[in-house]
Design a protein around this ligand. Structure first.
Ligand code: CU
Length: 109
């Protein structure tokens, strides 16, 4: 995690059990929440613009990590399913990181 994005390669994520290590290599604190995005839902970016994540279902999370720290979680990914990462950390200006571009959608093969 850096300001303000998740650096990862979606090709590293496969259906079934994945252990994901989430390291904060930025200068601010960050966290990660994994959502499932239903097939018929808008993109996570469109949901962000509408300020309505009602169609995304929270699945796992890594609590806030200060710079240099990391969290680990394991998750069983479904095949051919849409997922999204979001950072819900809030800057001192009150802005959520997901409103500053820190969200990313991918699809499992
Ligand atoms: Cu963040």
């Amino acid at each position: 995690m850096v300001e303000y994005r998740f650096q990862y390669d979606a090709r590293d994520i496969h259906p079934g059990r994945n252990t994901i290590r989430v390291q904060n290599i930025g200068k601010f604190s960050h966290n990660l929440t994994l959502f499932i995005v239903p097939d018929d839902a808008p993109t996570i970016e469109a949901q962000q613009r509408a300020n309505d994540f009602g169609e995304a279902r929270e699945t796992a999370l890594v609590f806030t990590q200060t710079p240099g720290n990391a969290g680990v979680f394991a998750v069983d990914f479904r095949p051919e399913t849409r997922y999204a990462f979001l950072c819900r950390f809030r800057d001192p200006d009150g802005g959520f990181h997901y409103n500053k571009g820190m969200l990313s959608e991918f699809r499992t093969p």
